[in-house]
Write a protein that binds this ligand. Structure first.
Ligand code: ADP
Length: 455
């Protein structure tokens, strides 16, 4: 087992990893930027190293500085968290060549998964259902239109190197497809430094259902059930739950087998997520594989009682999986609400500044993962997530009641938060009936904030 782990991240996920390490008796090293000197991850780690200025390129994305910090402190492994360097194959490779264990899959697995058309190809070869679309990239608008005629409108253009829901464009006609092509290309170039696009059939009113998998270095792969992530705004998840109201035990078995097949096809190692779209007829399609711990991992932890971060560390240390598929038991229901420093009544405008008053909820079935505290000043340089509230109940109704109760107790003053919109979701007919899809958030926004100039 490792003796010291450096955490190449910040915010709630850095704290989450420090907590797992402390329980395992592993020493921790935090790294931080000039903007994060007052952060809790700096205070809770055993050691902390300042690695540079606030801009991510100067600190949390700066590979030489992070590697130096690991070398100076004699860390034997690095946990990348999510975002930042977590899915950069080059970083995993460098860790490896410096004899520091990267807690995640090998560099070549990250590279294969990050190339979305390559990932589609691998899935197709191994019999995992994919959305009809291009074999590889679509080079120009003419090719895109030809393909759209073959598979039928609507279609979606996606960035080959995409992530975070950016660089996607839906088209219903030849004209809109031609028009979107250039915009999508330049958006992809700007966001990912790679203008290449691929095309897929656009699935209307799908659900986003993803499977958590664990794979060790000895060929064992299991899944820990699904997470329902259809409540999304601009393809960014807002509320997640497990299990999904759209997945029956039979479908779970089938999708779980596909997820394991997908992981094996990628020669996957460590914790990962296989994302699927599920259509209205119950057909499912692979969309991508995420090679990191996900923001929404606590809902899976809550219903399986398995600590995913500890499992990541054990797998990276070469240990065998401690569970067989049959030993995974799903108990009750869990919901996660992401609370962001954004104002839902002003088109989710980011809100920075000092938290002047804070009261975090508690009580039965409530877990809070957060890095904020009273008087904390939210830096402008990073994402806007303030906290994750996770509610568990023996039934979905109980989990929902607990979540509503927790949000009611929660006080954040000094900055705006997305709590009011999370309450809109929880109170909606769609959420309560369990019948919703990836377009539901947009409908709820339309009804709740009609005059905010959204497009
Ligand atoms: P990213 O890597 O940017 O997150 P994904 O491929 O995971 O991109 O897609 C993100 C979201 O975009 C999905 O959860 C879904 O809501 C939507 N989406 C992606 N592809 C399609 C598709 N072919 N049809 C309908 N919706 C899609």
């Amino acid at each position: 087992m490792f003796t010291k782990i450096l955490i190449a991240n910040r915010g709630e996920i850095a704290l989450r990893i420090i907590r797992a390490c402390r329980e395992l008796g592993i020493h921790t090293v935090a790294v931080y930027s000039d903007a994060d000197g007052d952060s809790l991850h700096v205070r809770f780690a055993d050691e902390a190293v300042c690695i540079g200025a606030a801009a991510p390129g100067e600190s949390y994305l700066n590979v030489p500085r992070i590697i130096s910090a690991a070398e100076i402190t004699d860390a034997d492994a690095i946990h990348p968290g999510y975002g930042f360097l977590s899915e950069i194959p080059h970083f995993a490779e460098i860790c490896n060549s410096c004899n520091i264990t990267f807690i995640g899959p090998p560099a070549d697995v990250i590279a294969r998964s990050g190339d979305k058309s390559k990932a589609r190809e691998i899935m197709k070869e191994h019999g995992v259902p994919i959305i009809p679309g291009s074999d590889g990239i679509v080079a120009n608008p003419d090719e895109a239109v030809d393909l759209a005629h073959q598979i039928g409108y609507p279609v979606i253009l996606k960035a080959l190197a995409g992530g975070g829901g950016r660089g996607m464009r839906v088209a219903h006609t030849d004209i809109s497809l031609r028009k979107s092509f250039g915009t999508a290309q330049s958006e992809a170039e700007r966001a990912f430094g790679n203008p290449h696009l691929y095309l897929e059939k656009y699935i209307e009113r799908p659900r986003h259902v993803e499977f958590q998998i664990l794979a060790d270095h000895h060929g064992n792969v299991i899944h820990l059930g699904e997470r329902e992530c259809s409540f999304q705004r601009r393809h960014q998840k807002m509320l997640e739950e497990a299990p999904s109201t759209a997945v029956s035990p039979e479908l779970r078995k089938k999708m779980g087998e596909s997820a394991i097949q997908a992981a094996k096809a990628f020669e996957y190692r460590n914790a990962g997520t296989i994302e699927f779209l599920l259509d209205e007829k119950g057909k499912y399609y692979f969309i991508e594989i995420n090679t990191r711990i996900q923001v929404e991992h606590p809902v899976t932890e809550t219903i399986t009682s398995i600590d995913l971060v500890k499992e990541q560390i054990a797998i990276a240390a070469g240990e065998r999986l401690r569970f067989e598929q049959e030993e995974i038991v799903i108990r009750g229901h869990a919901i996660e609400c992401r609370i962001n420093a954004e104002d839902p009544s002003r088109n989710f405008m980011p809100s920075c500044g000092k938290i002047t008053a804070l009261h975090l909820p508690g009580g039965p079935g409530i877990r809070i993962d957060t890095h904020i505290y009273e008087e904390y000043v939210i830096p402008m340089n990073y994402d806007s997530m303030l906290a994750k509230v996770i509610a568990w109940g023996s039934t979905r109704e109980e989990a929902t009641a607990r979540m509503r109760r927790a949000l009611h107790e929660m006080v954040i003053e000094g900055v705006s938060s997305t709590i009011p919109f999370q309450e809109v979701i929880l109170n909606s007919r769609q959420f309560r009936s369990g019948k919703f899809n990836t377009a539901t958030v947009e409908q709820l926004l339309e009804a709740s904030y009609p005059d905010t100039g959204r497009h």
